[in-house]
Design a protein around this ligand. Structure first.
Ligand SMILES: Cc1cc2nc3c(=O)[nH]c(=O)nc-3n(C[C@H](O)[C@H](O)[C@H](O)COP(=O)(O)O)c2cc1C
Length: 130
């Protein structure tokens, strides 16, 4: 059952990680997220990340502080943040998608002053596995 205090964060960032480091990130995230009741999805284009994480407010906030300080990426830009009625990734501690074709799309989301919600939604659509 989902709890009433269910929140989500969706951000994009520029990768500074090697492919090997990305696989480490995913493996560790799956273990750590399971302990903290977090679920979500990570998309990697080769040059950028997009990640949606959902879970209880405190776990989510603590993990997001660690993620934002992680030197394997920079220019972390939060696109969506807020309360969530139900988990979208109820079963996945961290789903993982490689999408080289989405590199420009995320670069664009990082490069503009205002968030383009249509582009943000396109990235989410690429990550969502029904
Ligand atoms: C793109 C990216 C995504 C990450 N996703 C997660 C995640 O979902 N859960 C998690 O616990 N750590 C994630 N991390 C790793 C954290 O930044 C951090 O290394 C980890 O939470 C351990 O934190 P600690 O060393 O402060 O205990 C991610 C890192 C990067 C660069």
């Amino acid at each position: 059952m989902d709890r009433p205090d269910l929140y989500q964060i969706f951000y994009v960032s520029r990768s500074l990680a090697s492919r090997e480091q990305v696989h480490d990130i995913v493996a560790n995230a799956r273990t750590l997220n399971a302990r903290r009741q977090l679920t979500g999805s990570l998309l990697y284009t080769g040059g950028h990340f997009a990640q949606l994480i959902e879970g209880p407010a405190v776990s989510l906030a603590e993990t997001m502080v660690a993620i934002a300080a992680d030197h394997r990426h920079d220019t972390v830009r939060t696109l969506v943040k807020g309360r969530l009625a139900a988990r979208r990734y109820g079963e996945a501690q961290m789903a993982y998608t490689e999408a080289p074709g989405a590199n420009e799309l995320i670069a664009n989301l990082l490069g503009t002053r205002r968030v383009n919600t249509r582009r943000a939604q396109r990235v989410l659509d690429l990550m969502f596995k029904p």
